[in-house]
Ligand binder design. Sequence first.
Ligand code: AMP
Length: 307
Amino acid sequence: MSLIVVGSMAFDSIETPFGKTDRIVGGAATYIALSASNFTRPIKQISVVGGDFPKEELDDLKSRGVELEGVQIKKNEKSFFWSGRYHLDMNTRDTLETQLNVLGTFQPVVPESYQGAEFLMLGNLSPAVQLSAIEQLKQKPKLIALDTMNFWMESALPDLEKVLKQVDVLMINDSEARQLSAQYSLVKAAKEIMKMGPRFLVIKKGEHGALLFNENHVFFAPALPLEDVFDPTGAGDTFAGGFMGHLAHTRDISFENMKTAIIVGSAMASFCVEKFGATRLREITRADIDRRIQEFVELVQFDIALI
Ligand code: AMP
């Protein structure tokens, strides 16, 4: 029941209306692994970092059941760096700076010991890199999920279309779904996108929850109304980690079980935004997670008598 995670490991500088951080550890694969490791182990990580990436961070991931054989360390180069500033609504942000550094020439290598993994989570990266990871697997995983963004839709659409044919679940936000499908209605957008390859589509809507589509079925999970939202960075990746972690743990890829996975993902994302970077994800315990999932159940449970 192992899960391979492919994605960036990075330094981020983040500005929100509540404060500013200087170069903290982030990256999609970091958030995915921190989140998923609460549900399934080992996590088989594939990424690249520079010699500047803190050893303590790698050791911390290892202690959480994250295998790092697939993480290349380029001693004389610098790690990927991203900086962003959130607007007042915290749902939108501007990228201030992207320094690709080691990510610019990243060629993922799937170690022999990772072969046979049943679940694959492809974090937001160039579609060509995502495809290369899939192509190196000798046995097709039970489920492949992929995250992407508008940048790749604009700059690498043919590659994105190629990789979409190979994946089972696509996770994107509402504006990306509209952009990819050229449809305003998210129901129509989902139909168009599922024709491109993925059987399941998760459309994330930030503080307004997430939708799961499969054939003619749709399921909606709310986001927990939170008193304090400090930093949404990594919330999407944390969501993906919870979603895939639950599926890998249960080994059940039915639509019914994906509904639970969406709630687990939403619960994990709700922790992520409570503090800067991945701080909150490193603090929480299994008991905190169970309590949070119960809050989701109470949020949406109601009895209704039809009249
Ligand atoms: P999210 O807030 O879920 O979109 O993810 C934020 C994380 O994605 C940050 O920790 C960044 O380091 C990472 N990130 C930002 N831009 C890129 C990119 N172009 N490629 C890979 N990772 C990125």
